[in-house]
Ligand binder design. Structure first.
Ligand SMILES: *Cc1c(COP(=O)(O)O)cnc(C)c1O
Length: 348
């Protein structure tokens, strides 16, 4: 008797392995979440929307697109929202790449990238980061072949922290053929303080083959509601909008709009995380750790084979080890950050 056989690409996708469960939310420095409770106004708006849960959401996501279009100075048809920017990433890769095609990506970078590529049947072409944990954009440009359909750029890079500079991105984009889509993932853009950081939006305005990914999961603190978006040229976005209908709930849409309306509160929370990030990085460096400059809400310890040991030393705080590569520590409450700094005070 035969059984249903999945496509080879699906059978080859490695299972997603979540990190170990955290002792408590306060001690969970493993998922780059915002450590603050929801803003009262955002929570009230979302709670009110729950009262309409018998209704389908607005499938056109019109109210959010109008607000974002004004905010970003683009047209509403240049936007595609999804259940997190990971959803938009999956749809983007699937829209432009399939079996026989190649997708160039930096590595080590975001764990979802190889999965998003694998499900399409396209071939991932990982390009190692440089020694300083930044993208090797020259090597990425050199990795582009006639099969390349998509290139992923992550700035700041998760899990290592550095940004791509504006000059480096511009030089890179001049080397990418105009039929190759460049995805600039800006999940942590609100935390960037580097004066020469690249702007994905500026690059997108200058070139039709650039798509920017943004999310409400990090600075806006809405990770559990699952909402993020892509911004690009109309033609690219038309393809990316091919999605499961009604994916983004009205609760998520309303909370996102409310959060955009509380810009000042959001910014002051992000400022607090940035100050903590710089404090933690400085403390770890003075304890002898190598810490690349982070422009996001985490710091990276490139400890290679010692990753699992270093993560164990941080317990009861959960951090995120990448076996054989390093450890990513999310910036949380000062008390939790202090526990990590104390645990690692002796150096490697
Ligand atoms: C967290 C993250 C995202 C966004 O995730 P969603 O919650 O799906 O919006 C996207 N890219 C990177 C690099 C991230 O770290």
């Amino acid at each position: 008797m035969s059984t249903p056989v999945p496509r080879p690409a699906i059978a080859a996708v490695p299972p997603y392995r979540p990190g170990r469960a955290a002792v408590s939310d306060d001690l969970k420095l493993s998922s780059n979440e915002l450590p603050f409770a929801p803003l009262p106004g955002v929570l009230a708006t979302a709670t009110q929307m729950l009262g309409r849960m018998n209704r389908y959401p607005d499938a056109g996501i019109t109210a959010l697109y109008d607000v974002l279009a004004t905010e970003l100075d683009v047209e509403p048809d240049q936007l595609s929202a999804g259940t997190g920017s990971v959803d938009v990433l999956y749809r983007t890769v699937a829209a432009f790449a399939g079996p026989g095609d190649e997708v160039v990506l930096p590595w080590r970078s975001f764990e979802a990238y190889p999965l998003a590529i694998a499900v399409t049947g396209a071939t991932a072409v990982p390009v190692p980061l440089r020694r300083d944990a930044t993208h090797d954009l020259d090597a990425m440009a050199a990795a582009i072949t006639e099969r390349t359909k998509v290139v992923l750029v992550c700035t700041p890079n998760n899990p290592t922290g550095p940004v791509v500079t504006a000059a480096a991105l511009e030089t890179f984009l001049t080397q990418v053929p105009s039929h190759v889509l460049v995805v600039v993932d800006e999940a942590y853009v609100e935390f960037v303080r580097h004066p020469e950081a690249a702007s994905g939006l500026a690059a997108m305005r200058a070139r039709d083959n650039v798509l920017v990914l943004r999310t409400f999961s990090k600075a806006h603190g809405l990770a559990g509601l699952r909402i993020g978006y892509g911004v690009g040229s109309r033609d690219v976005i038309e393809a990316v909008r091919v999605a499961v209908p009604f994916g983004v709930s009205d609760v998520a849409q309303a909370a996102a709009i409310a959060s955009l309306g509380e810009r000042d509160a959001m910014r002051s929370r992000v400022d607090a995380v940035v100050a903590e990030r710089d404090r933690v990085a400085a403390a770890l460096r003075s304890a002898g750790w190598e810490v690349p400059v982070s422009e996001a809400n985490f710091v990276w310890l490139p400890v290679g084979e010692r990753a699992m040991d270093v993560a164990a030393r941080c317990e009861p705080v959960s951090v995120r080890p990448f076996a054989g590569e390093g450890v990513r520590v999310t910036i949380g409450d000062p008390a939790a950050n202090d526990l990590v700094v104390e645990a690692l005070a002796g150096g490697l």
